[in-house]
Write a protein that binds this ligand. Sequence first.
Ligand code: COA
Length: 174
Amino acid sequence: MSDVLIPQMQPATPPPINIHVRWMIGRDMPEVLEIECQSFEFPWPEEEFIRCLRQRNVIGLVAEYDDQVLGFMLYELHKTRYYIMNFAVHRDWRRRKVGSQMASKLINKLSQQRRSRLTLEVRETNTPAQLFFQAQGFRAVNVLRDFYEDTPEDAYLMSYRVRSTERDAICSMT
Ligand SMILES: CC(C)(COP(=O)(O)OP(=O)(O)OC[C@H]1O[C@@H](n2cnc3c(N)ncnc32)[C@H](O)[C@@H]1OP(=O)(O)O)[C@@H](O)C(=O)NCCC(=O)NCCS
């Protein structure tokens, strides 16, 4: 008897969801801390979030959907670049483009005239984050040896630069 080909059901990929990105406020903190704890082996305590957010050059964003916080990002403003300090998406909502939409929010702020780069460090063992940032157009530009106090890991310094087409578009508008 010849083999019969049985069609295989592929698990459906959940569709991207449209989040709303807004500034982080005090009452987001419980949800932010929950996401932080499920995302990192060495999570920041609440005091670290508060300490950072008190700095004038640090901005906190959250991704909101249906009144639920699905992700957050803390970034620092420098003269010529933005620096991502902390960034995570709720584990039940990953691979739904929440992270991409948050990263795009920051990428869209870049301009050749002012802040033209976005940088961050990622642990060498954090392959999902490396792949995520690579998919957003970031490139690893340096290896930072023994970067962390908690583990003997190295970090990759990843950077996103505003592209010349973006630069041209911006220049032609000014
Ligand atoms: C990294 C992180 C923020 C990505 O958020 P996300 O909302 O799941 O990402 P997206 O759905 O926008 O992913 C966009 C693309 O990035 C890539 N990507 C994201 N997660 C990936 C993974 N686990 N493995 C491989 N590629 C991945 C894929 O190309 C993906 O597109 P696809 O799903 O169509 O294949 C999330 O995995 C996270 O919170 N991780 C734990 C915390 C962390 O490591 N933060 C970064 C610290 S530097």
